[in-house]
Ligand binder design. Structure first.
Ligand code: NDP
Length: 252
């Protein structure tokens, strides 16, 4: 896979995301939390989607205390939410907002890492539901609102193991390959028919709960904090990346 590069030393202007409403999934923790805080800092109204209300409320408070636009909270468990919940969330957002300027598909489950031979089907299905099927449902139901925006950006979160397969990474790796495929199909469909650009972004090793669970023997501080990789998240979400679509990026 050919990788594209974020401009070296990219520095977003302070009003990069002014006037945009942006949905971030998995906004309560880790990279999603940091992206939500940064999108708000650079002017966006942020919709915080996640499964743990208390974490979303803490991010809400941080944004408000920093003087950002009042965020929205969408408490939703992507492992179990039925399709009609996506329909009703999209409908109520449509009543409140005229358009959506972007989606960061960030929420993911790590799942069991074990040989395919002994992988449990229930765990496999959970990982696929959160990491792939929920992205499909959110994208499909929110496309009409994205199409109303003058320009919009969809970012799919990838992984190194979603670009080169690795033993024992099971459903997680397969789900990230699916994410790359989804990104390419959608980008190709929307390229000449809309102002929506679609790209994938691999944060690479970042000090979060997921990374610490995946590598318990590693010194967590050897990896960058989520805040350190935010230039890539801002570049791809803001209009400095206008015209770029169907590409796979690394955050650093
Ligand atoms: P974290 O586990 O720290 O955060 C994941 C977020 O997703 C959490 O807010 C979590 O909610 C949310 N989430 C998980 N399951 C669900 C669900 N069923 N419904 C709704 N929300 C859910 O992970 P990271 O921040 O590290 O990961 C962010 C993205 O980056 C993921 O797509 C991951 O695959 C990818 N990535 C991360 C790397 C890293 O080194 N950190 C490397 C490569 C890719 P809650 O807090 O309530 O559990």
């Amino acid at each position: 896979m050919q990788l594209s590069n974020i401009p070296i030393d990219y520095k977003p202007r302070t009003n990069l995301l002014s006037g945009k409403t942006i949905l971030v999934t998995g906004a309560g923790d880790g990279i999603g939390r940091s992206a939500a805080l940064n999108y708000a800092k650079y002017g966006a109204s942020v919709l915080l989607l996640g499964r743990t209300g208390s974490k979303l409320e803490a991010v809400y408070d941080e944004i408000e205390n920093a003087g950002g636009s009042k965020p929205g909270i969408i408490e939703m468990d992507l492992a179990t939410a039925p399709e009609d919940m996506y329909t009703s969330v999209a409908a109520s957002l449509g009543e409140e907002f005229s358009c959506l300027g972007g989606i960061l598909h960030n929420a993911a489950l790590l799942g069991d890492r074990r040989p395919i031979e002994s992988a449990g089907y229930a765990n496999w299905q959970d990982v696929m539901q959160v990491n792939v099927n929920a992205q499909f449902l959110l994208t499909q139901h929110f496309l009409p609102l994205l199409q109303q925006a003058p320009t919009a950006s969809i970012i799919f979160t990838s992984s190194t193991v979603g670009r080169i397969g690795k033993a024992y990474w099971g459903a997680y790796a397969v789900s990230k390959f699916a994410t790359e495929g989804f990104m390419q199909v959608l980008a190709s469909e929307l390229e000449n028919t809309s102002n929506i650009r679609v790209n994938s972004l691999n944060p690479r090793a970042t000090n979060t709960a997921m990374r610490r669970a995946a590598y318990p023997g590693e010194n967590p501080t050897t990896n960058p904090a989520p805040q350190d990789i935010m230039p890539a998240y801002l570049f791809l979400m803001g209009d400095d990346s206008a015209g770029i679509t169907g590409k796979a990026f690394d955050a650093r």
